[in-house]
Structure formats: C-alpha cells, structure tokens
Design a binder for this molecule. Structure first.
Ligand code: OSB
Ligand code: MG
Length: 369
C-alpha cells in the first residue's frame, strides 16, 4: 500500500480536572493527531507528548516539527507492506520516539482497516476485556485525595495509583491506607527521588503497595537495581524503558519486576509488542500506561492491552474522567467491574468524530511526497 499523504493537526482540549504530577500540572492538552492516507482509506494516530519537555525530552511543539520535517517525509510516497516497516524507514531519527510512534500507530490503524480487521486482532490480541485502574494526580490536601480515591473505588476501578513527590508521600499514603486498607494501590513518583531517599522509600513497604513506579531518574537503570533489593515492594519502570533492549537490561540486572508499556514512549506498536513478548516469555507482568490521551490514543491503548501478558490493571480509563466530550464515538466506557470491552469494529473500532476535531483544531499541515 502506498502512503499518499499525511495530515497533521493540533487540537487543544481542556481536561475536566487539572492533573498534577511531581513534574508539573496540566490543565489543557495540546495534542497532535496524525491521519495517514493510502488505498482510499485513512488511519489515525495520536502523539503522546506533553505540552512541555517534563515527562521526557519531547513536547508537542518539538514533535510537530519532527513529524512535519522528518518522520512524515520518510513515509509518504513509500510502498508499505507491513506497519513494522515504519520503524525501519524512520530509523535514522535518534530519540523522538513519541513523534515516530504517532505516525507508526496511524499506519497500524490503516493496515487493520485495509485487512478489514479490528486493530487488536491484527496485533494478536487475546483478551476480550482489559483490566482498568486509574491514576490520581496530586491534590493540595489529603482530604481531597481521599475524596478522589473514594469516587474511583465506587466506580469499580481495579487499582488506584497515587502520584507522589517528596513531601507528599509517606504521610499521604498512610492517610489513604487507613481509609482504604484493602484496595489494590500503587504509587508513581515520575523520577522525583534519588538513592539518597532510600530510607524514605523503605517506609512505603508498610503499605502493601502493588508497586512503586519510577522512583529514580528517568534515564536510570543501575540505581533502580541498587534500590530494588532493599525494598519488599516491587519496582515498576516507566520513563526508563524505551525499547525491548532497555527491558532486557533492566530485568537482567534486577532494576524492576514490572514494566509499564506506553506506546508513544517506545515508538509505537511494533516495539511495544516486542517488550510485551519478551516479558510474557519470562512471566514478567506488564500493563498499559497512559498519557492523558484523547480518544484516538486511548483506542490504540485498548487494542494493545488485549495482548497476552497485560495482566495488571492499566491506566486506561473512561473518556469522561478526562473530557466533557471525547473525539471518538462512542466514548470509552468502563464496566462496573472495572474493565473495558474490546471493540468489535475494524481498525480502532471507534468512530473518529471529525467534526469535533475540526472545531478543536489550532493548526494543520499536509505532507505529500
Ligand atoms: O507517569 O504514568 C505517568 C500522565 C502524564 C504523564 C505521565 C504519567 C501520567 C499518568 C496519567 O499517570 C495516566 C492517565 O490517566 O492517562
Ligand atoms: Mg508513570
């Protein structure tokens, strides 16, 4: 199939409630959408960059230039037999995996449509429904955190993840555990600690957490390997894992026992599947992370989460937790037992609401051969 052209759009979409992590607060998302045309069909991808370079080095504005000037020109006009080729065609680009992944995901959707299959099926998905958790951003008081946890537990989510940072850790988790002694709970530090904080991190062992996600530096494996044996609680890596090679190294030195897979962070479905397969063969549990995605990114996450080995609840939750109106129909909905059913339609399995996207668009660009 020849890729005739790629359309880029940036949309701006306010969050229903602001989301705060150890690296900052987000109130409105700036999201790049990629639409790839070929064989009379169009596939969609969503770029998972943050608005600023704070989760990783990429940001929406840098990804826009990278896709427009480098990634898309390497793809348009090319005959693509299998979506795995996208990584091959763009391999000269160092880093910038979220930019590459956005285009890669659009081509996977296109390939699924061309074969008249659901994307989850093309990827090799096996699970009829996926297990869902939520990620709860930092609030100023423990009382506000308690209220949020209460709401999500009542909604049926299977796991509650709490963002932590220095000064908002032991005391806050203690307060939450007192109120909710039984729920499955984890914490995510987004690289806010160092090995100098070992004593503090050890105190979290008393809360029977499912995992501590990315406590140390975003590029680190070695210090995590030094930390893990000092804790009872399993470490999970997010920021530090960009490829199956990183996963192999992390697991071989004991830097973590669980891996969070994010499509953008690892450059799309091709590399995500390699990590999933590598972990599945070794019985290392994985789960799907989230980047406050709108519906297109969310649909890609759902398709990926149906693969074997995605056993732990992910951060993929209902559209209404983020948006007053999503950019897909129907919006993503969660059952009362905290699952999302895989869609039945071809490609993403949700309808892209182009009218809504048009209304939210702040810039567009078309890349042709
Ligand atoms: O580390 O998992 C993270 C959001 C933005 C950047 C990084 C992370 C997150 C989340 C939210 O935890 C997940 C979501 O609800 O999409
Ligand atoms: Mg994380």
């Amino acid at each position: 199939m020849k890729i005739d052209r790629i359309e880029l759009r940036e949309i701006r979409l306010p969050l229903v409630t602001p989301f705060e992590t150890s690296f900052g607060r987000t109130t409105e998302r700036h999201i790049i959408l990629v639409k790839a045309f070929g064989d009379g069909l169009a596939g969609w991808g969503e770029c998972t960059t943050g608005e600023g370079p704070f989760y990783n080095h990429e940001a929406t504005d840098t990804a826009w230039l990278t896709i427009r000037d480098f990634v898309a020109p390497m793809i348009v006009g090319h005959e693509i037999e299998a979506p795995e080729q996208v990584l091959q065609l763009t391999k000269a680009i160092r880093g910038n995996k979220m930019a590459r992944g956005a285009v890669e995901c659009a081509i996977w959707d296109l390939a699924a449509q061309r074969q008249a299959k659901p994307l989850w099926k093309l990827l090799g998905g096996a699970q009829a429904e996926i297990n869902c958790g939520v990620s709860i951003g930092l609030e100023d008081t423990d009382a506000a955190m308690l209220k949020k946890v209460e709401k999500e537990v009542a909604a049926g989510y299977q796991r509650i993840k709490i963002k932590i940072k220095p000064g908002r850790d032991y005391g806050m988790i203690k307060a939450l555990r007192q109120e909710f002694p039984k729920i499955v709970m984890s914490v995510d530090a987004n690289s806010a600690y160092t090995l100098g904080d070992v004593e503090l991190l050890k105190t979290l062992d008393e809360f029977n957490l499912l995992m501590i996600e990315q406590p140390l530096d975003c590029n680190d494996l070695l210090d995590h390997a030094e930390l893990q044996p000092q804790l009872k609680t399993s470490l999970c890596l997010d920021e530090s894992i960009l490829s199956v090679d990183d996963a192999r190294k992390a697991l071989s030195i004991g830097a973590c026992r669980i891996i969070n897979i994010k499509l953008g962070r690892v450059s799309g479905h091709t590399e995500a599947r390699k990590i999933q397969a590598y972990c599945h063969e070794r019985s290392v549990p994985v789960w799907c992370g989230g980047m406050l995605e709108a519906g297109i990114g969310r649909a890609h996450n759902i398709a990926m989460s149906t693969l074997p080995g995605f056993v732990l609840p992910g951060d993929v939750s209902a559209s209404k937790r983020y948006w007053t109106e999503d950019i897909i129909t129907p919006p993503v909905e969660v059952t009362s037992h905290g699952t999302i059913s895989r869609p039945t339609g071809v490609g993403l399995g949700y309808e892209v609401n182009e009218k809504r996207i048009e209304a939210l668009t702040t810039r567009t660009e078309v890349i042709k051969p």
